[in-house]
Design a binder for this molecule. Structure first.
Ligand SMILES: Cc1cc2nc3c(=O)[nH]c(=O)nc-3n(C[C@H](O)[C@H](O)[C@H](O)COP(=O)(O)O)c2cc1C
Length: 184
């Protein structure tokens, strides 16, 4: 049994080097000893639109971007969803990625649900509100419930508050929390 953590950072923002990515990269400088990190940006390898065919045709094994994303996901012991808050929700590329999991779970040869069960789910979430507003709460709740549904271990969310790219550098509380987030 390989005990080393293999982190997959799934970058969900539609802007490169945005606040959520910067906060995740700050946190990733403090991974557990021996851990590896892989970074993938959802908009760099776009998933196709998702269709609910559960009760009609079912799902074929994925190809193309779907295959690359499911293989990357299955290889991770620690899945980190990195997303801005967009309309009190995850960013749309993250929602699309999560929707595709519904299909991957139904392709027997992927063994998706069995493989992901027991693995860790983390989140790095940035909104442009202040902490007291609790704007990230619906995102955190959705991801925590997603972990529960997948029988994954919910490891919590690192929250930051910023608007324009780079503003996260001024969120001292978030950057302080980032130093211990993955080590805890
Ligand atoms: C379409 C859209 C919707 C947004 N909705 C919210 C929101 O509901 N609450 C909030 O606090 N900020 C919202 N924001 C602001 C972003 O969360 C904020 O700018 C964040 O720093 C972006 O992170 P990023 O640079 O990683 O993309 C929204 C931004 C966009 C573009």
């Amino acid at each position: 049994m390989d005990a080393a953590h293999r982190f997959l950072f799934v970058l969900g923002s539609t802007r490169v080097g945005g606040n959520s990515e910067r906060l995740a990269r700050a946190a990733a400088t403090h991974l557990p000893p021996g851990a590896t990190a892989r970074w993938e940006r959802l908009i760099d390898d776009p998933l196709p639109p998702f269709f609910d065919t559960r009760h009609t045709t079912g799902y074929a094994a994925p190809g193309g971007a779907g295959l690359r994303w499911v293989e990357a996901t299955l290889a991770a012991t620690d899945l980190v969803i990195v997303t801005p808050v967009n309309w009190y929700s995850v960013a749309w590329p993250v929602k699309l990625y999560l929707d595709h999991m519904s299909g991957w779970m139904r392709v027997p040869e992927l063994a998706f649900a069995k493989t992901m069960a027991g693995r860790s789910l983390w989140a790095v979430v940035v909104d442009s509100d202040d902490e007291a507003a609790g704007t990230a709460a619906p995102v955190v709740d959705a991801l925590r419930r997603t972990a529960d549904y997948l029988d994954m271990r919910w490891r919590g969310a690192l929250l930051g508050h910023a608007n324009r790219p780079g503003e996260i550098a001024a969120d001292q509380a978030a950057l302080a929390a980032a130093t211990t987030f993955f080590a805890a």
